[in-house]
Design a protein around this ligand. Structure first.
Ligand SMILES: CC(C)(COP(=O)(O)OP(=O)(O)OC[C@H]1O[C@@H](n2cnc3c(N)ncnc32)[C@H](O)[C@@H]1OP(=O)(O)O)[C@@H](O)C(=O)NCCC(=O)NCCS
Length: 161
């Protein structure tokens, strides 16, 4: 059965919290209150759930900050990884913000989160700077950015007559 993407609702909160606890270690995983507050800000962002049957396989929470979309969290359950679900959710969020006129997307990831850093690099995100002791005042983070502006076209050879 193909996965289904749909908007999140407050009824999803227990499943969102449980999945976030599985995806991130203590100190990086969000509290129930943080997830609830982010879901409530849906009118200022873009959130999606991915369902495999009745199971919440993955979700993404994003908010608009200034002229950019910002990924609050992207969580794919371990048993559903490497199937393109994370990419599908992130690209849906990028499309939303691109169509809304945003200039790009940003997010933070821990310096030791090799899977996430490989995933975002593959999707065109670049490191802006290190965020010292960003997580629990212990672990450094990296600020990542993807610019929506089309790449400049290199000038071709001068025309000859
Ligand atoms: C990072 C994460 C969201 C990726 O989700 P996913 O659904 O497994 O990713 P996709 O299947 O869409 O992967 C797309 C591409 O990203 C890269 N990638 C994804 N996971 C990777 C890994 N563990 N190692 C290396 N590259 C990886 C690959 O190039 C992959 O393409 P491929 O499978 O054809 O090689 C998922 O591992 C996750 O939820 N991790 C825990 C939470 C987290 O760290 N979230 C991100 C920080 S907000």
């Amino acid at each position: 059965m193909a996965p289904i993407l749909r908007p999140l609702t407050l009824a999803d909160l227990p499943a969102l919290y449980a999945l976030d606890q599985r995806c991130f270690p203590p100190g990086i995983a969000y509290s129930q209150r943080e997830i609830r507050d982010a879901v409530r800000l849906a009118p200022f962002g873009f959130h999606l759930a991915c369902l495999e049957g009745a199971t919440l396989a993955a979700f993404i929470l994003t908010l608009r900050r200034a002229d950019r979309g910002h990924v609050i969290t992207l969580d794919v359950a371990p048993e559903f990884r490497r199937r393109g679900i994370g990419q599908a959710l992130l690209l849906a969020a990028e499309s939303h913000y691109r169509e809304a006129g945003a200039g790009g997307m940003r997010l933070e990831a821990a310096v030791d989160n090799q899977a996430a850093l490989a995933f975002y690099a593959r999707l065109g995100y670049r490191v802006v700077r290190t965020l010292p002791r960003y997580y629990s005042a212990r672990l450094d983070g990296l600020l990542l950015h993807k610019d929506f502006a089309p790449a400049a076209i290199a000038p071709g050879p001068a025309a000859t007559s």
